[in-house]
Design a protein around this ligand. Structure first.
Ligand code: ZN
Length: 242
């Protein structure tokens, strides 16, 4: 089965449509969404209904819980907080209940999905170095953990001696004696100085992960953010990829 693994859409409908069209063209038969469907952008309702209709697996991100009052937005920066409050006002009760009911973790025999970190998913930690990666590897039973949250594509590999290496790559071939944490990057707000939408295709039989980067009409998304009177920085950062 070929899975489209995607995350951090952040109410960016243009980026989402480009990613879903690409996944379909590449032959994806399953959709795994790692959360942060909403927050920052201007089309939370549209993104939520588009993703629900895929009938895939969806887990929660911090912005999804923030938009239904399930997680505190005190630690959000000023722009994120303003966008979270705006998003909450756009969503009706059913949509908020849907987001509140999303699980924090999804696992199969082979792979596991979490938005932030596997050891404490509810605190929304960023896995950015070998120490934080280690804590997730310690509780990872499966061979591969897909994560989002930092909006930066990155791979952590643990060999059978426990040694962790991390690097960036455009694809990954799984080796049977190793475990992996794969940050798939962000669909709707990349932060690795590459403004193109990011997601991964995961072939679970071949044990192969492939990153995809796709251009979309950023100006259209920016206009919607400005029309909604969301903070200007949320429009600007899209073209900078940060
Ligand atoms: Zn996010």
């Amino acid at each position: 089965m070929l899975h489209a693994v995607f995350s951090d859409i952040h109410s960016n409908m243009e980026a989402l449509e480009v990613v879903l069209a690409d996944a379909k063209k590449e032959g994806a038969g399953s959709y795994l969404c790692l959360g942060d469907i909403v927050g920052y952008g201007a089309e939370p309702k549209e993104c939520l209904s588009r993703i629900k209709a895929l009938n895939g697996i969806i887990i929660a991100g911090n912005h999804d819980y923030a938009a239904c009052g399930k997680t505190s937005i005190e630690y959000f920066n000023e722009y994120a907080r303003e966008a979270a409050e705006w998003t909450m006002m756009q969503l009706d009760q059913d949509e908020q209940t849907y987001l509140a009911d999303l699980p924090l973790i999804y696992r199969t025999d082979q792979y596991c999905l979490v938005h932030g970190s596997l050891d404490e998913p509810e605190i929304w930690e960023y896995i950015v170095g070998s120490e934080s990666a280690q804590r997730s590897f310690n509780v990872l039973r499966e061979q591969i953990l897909f994560i989002g949250h930092s909006h930066v594509p990155w791979i952590f590999v643990q060999d059978r001696n426990g040694t962790i290496e991390s690097y960036r790559a455009s694809e990954l071939m799984l080796e049977s004696n190793k475990k992996y944490i794969v940050n798939i990057g962000s669909v709707g707000q990349p932060r690795d100085l590459d403004p193109r939408a990011s997601y991964c295709l995961f072939d679970d039989e071949a044990g192969h992960v492939r990153y995809r980067r796709l251009e979309y009409t950023i100006a259209k998304t920016q206009n919607k953010i400005r029309d909604a009177h969301l903070p200007e920085i949320l429009a600007l950062r899209l073209e900078m990829g940060r």
